[in-house]
Structure formats: C-alpha cells, structure tokens
Design a protein around this ligand. Structure first.
Ligand SMILES: [Zn+2]
Ligand SMILES: [Zn+2]
Length: 343
C-alpha cells in the first residue's frame, strides 16, 4: 500500500497500527499507537495543531515521542517517516508458488470486527479488503457462548445483518464491486451441536464452525464432536481444526481420517487458517485432507485490518502441500460461493 500526503493524524496513526498488526507486532508498541489514536480522536483539532506547533503534544497523557512525531509530520502535510519505515519493513512475504494461490483468491471467509473480539469496525475491515483486491469478505464474528469474545446473540446478529446491508449499500454507492457476506464463527459445543439456532444458521451466507472449548477432550469424543458438526448441512467451513497455538498449545487429538472423510462427504471445507500462531491444519493434516478430496478455504481469521494481509501464510502452505487451487472455495466469485454454500 502506498501512503500519500496529506493525511490526517488519525489516518496516519491508523496506517501505523495497520502495519504493526500485519507484522504481528503486538504488545507495547501497538498499544501505544492505539492509545494515541484514542487521544487524537478525543482532542480538539485546533488544540492538537497548536500543541504540534509548540512541541507540546507529549504533555498529553497517552502521547509519547514516536506518536507525537507521527502526528506532527502528518499535520505538516508529510507522510510520517515512522510510517514510511514501518510500511516498508512490515510487508508480508510470499513465495512465487504461494503468489499463484494468492492471485486466485477473490475473498476472505473468516474475519472479525468490533462486534465480537476484533479491533476494527466493519467498515474499516471492508475498506482494507477492497484495497487488497477482494470481491467479498464474510464477516464471521463469534457466537453467543464465547462470552470472553463478546459473542453475538440472535438479537445482535440480526442487528448486524441490518448494519451489513447499510454498509453494502454505501460501498456500492461508492462504485466498488464488493460485498460483505453474512456469517458467523459458530462454536462447536461439547456434544457436537452448534451454538446457534437452525433458523439463524440457515439465514447466514457462510458458516464457519470451530472448537474453542474443551480442546483437550479425549480422542474418541472429540472425533464424534467434530464429525457431527461438519456433517451439519449448515456448516460450510471447519475453522482451525486442531486448535493449536504454535509453541503454546498442542493440537487437539481426533481421528482426522473420520473428520476429513466427513468433510469430503458433506461438502464442508477445511480451513487453512493463516494466523502465524495457528497455521492450522499442520502440514501432514493438509496432506490427508487433500487425499480425501476435501474442499479448502484460505482464511485470514483477521481481528484487525493489518491481519487481512495474512493470506500469504496460508497460500504458501497450500502451495507447498499441493492443494488443488480448484478445491479452494474462496477462489470462487461471490455468487458461485453462495450457490456452493447453499447446496
Ligand atoms: Zn476461532
Ligand atoms: Zn476466528
């Protein structure tokens, strides 16, 4: 992405945050910029300009040297040097083989917004998806039981449908050929049931089903639980199937032969989750899913705009394991994908 002056301090800070997110630079640095963004949004623009001129920005609680520099340069009509530097060093790398897969992707089927545990509004996620060249994105915020992630109950999900409709109208009024599709990342409950009513599941364009609780369940039970979920006619994608967090949490144990056979049988795509700490499924399980003739979906599982740029991680992995491009559902145009999920 190329940044052009003039940009507002808010836009400059958002751009820095975007780059820090795509570089997976969490922690202190990213928090400082999020904090500064909040200060800028709550400070009168005239006061902000005066403080920048008099070099008194750092007197504001929440503004440090780095963030003050970004604000000052933006107000002076320049692309902040910090932004130029971080933009150049945070690009997500991709192999030539992976690039072929990335070029074939038309959308992203798993991402979150402020409505659950994401960090950005739906509009911002959509704006980035458009910049990335996507034709659609499926908004998949969490389901009600995942209270730690502010999962959406039925009422909020209905409200989100209205919001998506409103945003889609604005997007097309702006002349973009882009659509937000409705969806949810629905929890697979302990008994394999789904954390949403059949009626609501049927209304969603795309349903991702994932295990988020009792990840250490005994192998036979976990297999049954997952097989039940992926055989539901409502479920389109099995999210991050092993639940692993690289270096932090081991893979769940289940009989992958049964699970992938069921995915192939019932037309549920196996997600290739692109989050660097997940990269789920691991290599040998991708190989097995390919053997079973499964469908795949290469999804960012983004919780911030910068993370929408993570698809290269999954594309590289898919290329390495020889996943057939024609079995990847998000290479389909939106209408074709909708026909596929409805089938
Ligand atoms: Zn998840
Ligand atoms: Zn997710």
């Amino acid at each position: 992405m190329q940044y052009q002056a003039p940009m507002t301090p808010e836009a400059a800070l958002l751009a820095v945050i975007h780059c820090l997110d795509r570089a997976h630079t969490g922690g202190f640095k990213a928090k400082a910029f999020v904090r500064a963004l909040d200060v800028v949004r709550n400070t009168d623009p005239i006061e902000l300009a005066e403080r920048a001129r008099d070099e008194r920005l750092t007197e504001l609680n929440g503004i440090g040297d780095a963030t003050a520099g970004v604000i000052t340069e933006a107000l002076a009509g320049r692309v902040p040097s910090y932004l130029t530097k971080i933009a150049a060093t945070s690009e997500v790398p991709i192999t030539p083989e992976g690039a072929r897969y990335r070029a074939a992707l038309r959308g992203d089927c798993h991402l979150h917004s402020l409505w659950s545990d994401g960090g950005a509004p739906i509009e911002a996620m959509a704006a980035t998806a458009i910049e990335l060249g996507h034709e659609y994105m499926v908004l998949t915020d969490h389901s009600p039981r995942l209270t730690v992630a502010h999962g959406l109950n039925e009422e909020r999900l209905l409200a989100q449908f209205d919001e998506i409709e409103r945003i889609n109208a604005a997007i097309s009024a702006d002349g973009h050929d882009f659509r937000i599709l409705t969806g949810m990342e629905v929890d697979i409950l302990e008994d394999g049931a789904l954390d949403l009513s059949d009626e609501m599941l049927a209304r969603l364009d795309v349903v991702v089903a994932s295990v988020h609780s009792k990840l250490r369940m005994e192998r036979k039970q976990m297999t049954e639980r997952m097989v039940l979920a992926v055989s539901s006619p409502h479920v389109d994608i099995l999210g991050h199937c092993t639940g692993r967090m690289i270096g932090k949490r081991p893979e769940s144990t289940f009989d992958a032969d049964f699970v992938f056979a069921a995915c192939a049988q019932f037309g549920t795509a196996v997600e290739i989750n692109c989050r660097p700490e997940r990269l789920d499924p691991p290599r040998e399980l991708i190989d097995l899913a390919v053997e079973y003739g499964c469908w795949f979906s290469i999804d960012s599982d983004a919780h911030a705009t910068g993370q929408l740029e993570w698809q290269p991680h999954g594309c590289d992995r898919a290329a390495e394991r020889g996943v057939p491009i024609e079995r990847i559902i998000n290479t389909m145009p939106a209408d074709e994908l909708l026909a596929w999920t409805a089938a």
